[in-house]
Design a protein. Structure first.
Length: 270
């Protein structure tokens, strides 16, 4: 029957469309899926934006430092991702109350606001550790020049104590940072894309890079599958599925209303 065929085709189309969308909703990086593993993660931190240590999403980086230092790391974030940065600071056995803060900056060194999470926390006296979290907004493929939206490219983590007693300055501390992302899918997609991701050194000529190699570390990290083109998202799948369902509905409606196509039977005259 026409109705059975139409319903079967519609259910099959919905199943095919839901498959990619369900895949997009899974986190893009996890401890078990990290391509390089924590063994390749850096064990030190930079002291500025230019010397930030590069980490991949899903890696756990560690570093030793002193209370009052600025510790920097950098990581890549691509279109549609919502990064979550976490940091744990191991404090000395004896110390006064300390306030630590985890800041996130984009490739233009613009400070990005945390959507939620405790990016600033105060550790009471003699507390052994303090944990910080910053969940960024979803990275957009394109934005207005005047906006401060997260864009694909390199992001920086800066970890430091913002309120610390003078007597505690210089005491040894140990830090651990990790970044993971959730893929937000087509719900966060926008039209347009950047010509290039916001990666330091992307517009630097080879000669400039060679001249600057001794004083700066230019970022060369990127997502495992490369940078997204900015035009594809799972909303194209749902758009195509909607078009197919509309066509099937039209065919089904026509089949139900057209009749047999033969004129009604007229009994012969007596």
């Amino acid at each position: 029957m026409w109705i059975t065929r139409v319903v079967s085709a519609a259910l099959l189309t919905l199943g095919l469309a839901a498959g990619p969308a369900a895949a997009d909703s899974t986190p893009s990086a996890s401890p078990s899926e990290s391509p390089s593993g924590d063994s390749a993660a850096p064990t030190s931190a930079g002291t500025s934006f230019r010397t930030a240590r590069e980490i991949e999403q899903g890696q756990t980086a560690t570093a030793s430092g002193s209370a009052g230092d600025y510790l920097y790391w950098s990581f890549p974030a691509d279109t549609g991702q919502r990064p979550t940065a976490t940091a744990t600071v191991e404090l000395p056995e004896e110390h006064a109350a300390q306030t630590w803060q985890l800041d996130v900056y984009d490739g233009l060194r613009r400070r990005q606001a945390c959507q939620y999470g405790a990016q600033t926390r105060t550790a009471a006296a003699d507390t052994s550790s303090v944990e910080l979290t910053c969940v960024l907004r979803t990275v957009r493929a394109w934005s207005e020049p005047w906006a401060n939206d997260p864009l694909p490219g390199t992001y920086y983590l800066r970890l430091t104590a913002v309120d610390i007693r003078t007597a505690d300055l210089g005491q040894p501390v140990a830090a651990e940072v990790r970044v993971e992302s959730k893929d937000m899918g087509g719900a966060a997609a926008v039209d347009g894309r950047l010509a290039r991701p916001l990666v330091p050194g992307a517009a630097v000529t080879p000669q400039q890079a060679e001249d600057d190699a001794g004083t700066a570390v230019l970022s060369d990290i990127e997502p495992e599958d490369g940078w997204a083109s900015g035009w594809w998202s799972d909303r194209w799948v749902w758009t195509a599925a909607g078009a197919v369902l509309a066509a099937l509905a039209g065919i089904g409606g026509y089949a139900l209303t057209r009749g047999s196509g033969r004129p009604p039977h007229v009994p012969p005259h007596a």
